[in-house]
Design a protein around this ligand. Structure first.
Ligand code: KIV
Length: 275
């Protein structure tokens, strides 16, 4: 059954955990969808895990639309959330609504996600009023990596923890349907989860959040440039892939692939006349 924003809200009310996983292409989206995951995030982490950038800053609207639309074609049931890339919403409310509209019209997003607290609430409010559901993102917000001075746990001081709670309440008030909490101490994330009526989706924020999200390459052990503390590798697909690629390399080089069963036949007399 197609998951919608109502699915998120109902899950929170009924105390059921929400699952979210990233995907960036059609075939992966199909597999994630078939697994029963509630929501697929086309994260701007595609900058890191797909495009090989060292951060998410260079990701464009065109990147997000291109990958978002591919995911949307593969996701029959999961709610597809597409990230608004850096500078697609910070500049003005007008830009934010126009770009969120593009992610929905061209990328077929069911919701968009943007980073930030009170400073982006006017954007959240206007996008929501335009009929586009918004997911907030607080704590470690990778688009602000240069302002943070690196990937660090957020909200640890009294002041920072208070600000995070105020930001979460403001984002909810502005109309967000859920909020991602990234790299936040578990007890603080639990308190935010208790205070909010909308679901919290944690990544590095402990198990008291209403749901969890991971980058699928992290979960599958396919991306080892940087493995954050909060990642559990549920499989070592990276190793399986490398072994399969090496087996293919050997088989081609030793002539055992392609074999008879992979080969198309032609009548001998057709070939003979060509000599
Ligand atoms: O871009 C992304 O994948 C994200 C998740 C890490 C929450 O924003």
């Amino acid at each position: 059954m197609k998951k919608t924003v109502t699915t998120f809200q109902k899950a929170k009310e009924e105390g059921r955990k929400i699952t979210m996983l990233t995907a960036y292409d059609y075939s992966t989206a199909k597999l994630v969808d078939e697994s029963g995951i509630d929501s697929i995030l086309v994260g701007d982490s595609l900058g890191n895990v797909i495009l090989g950038y060292e951060d998410t800053i260079s990701v464009t609207m065109e990147d997000m639309i291109h990958h978002g639309a591919a995911v949307a074609r593969g996701a029959k049931n999961a709610l597809v959330v597409i990230d608004m890339p850096f500078m697609s919403y910070q500049t003005s409310v007008y830009d934010a609504v126009m770009n969120a509209g593009r992610l929905m019209k061209e990328g077929r997003a069911g919701a968009v996600k943007l980073e930030g607290g009170r400073s982006v609430c006017p954007q959240i409010k206007s996008i929501t009023e335009a009929g586009i559901p918004v997911v907030g993102h607080l704590g470690l917000t990778p688009q602000s990596i240069n302002a943070f001075g690196g990937f660090k746990v957020q909200g640890k001081s009294q002041e920072a923890a208070k600000k995070l709670i105020e930001d979460a309440l403001a984002v909810q008030e502005a109309g967000a349907i859920a909020v991602v909490l990234e790299c936040v101490p578990a007890k603080l994330a639990a308190l935010v989860t208790e205070k909010l009526d909308i679901p919290t989706i944690g990544i590095g924020a402990g198990n008291q959040c209403d749901g969890q999200v991971l980058v699928y390459q992290d979960l599958l052990g396919m991306f080892t440039d940087f493995v954050p503390k909060f990642v559990r590798q549920f499989a070592n697909v990276g190793k399986v892939m490398t072994e399969a690629f090496a087996a293919y390399d050997r088989a081609v080089k030793d002539g055992s692939f392609p074999a008879e069963e992979h080969t198309y036949q032609i009548e001998d007399e057709v070939i003979e006349k060509l000599y």
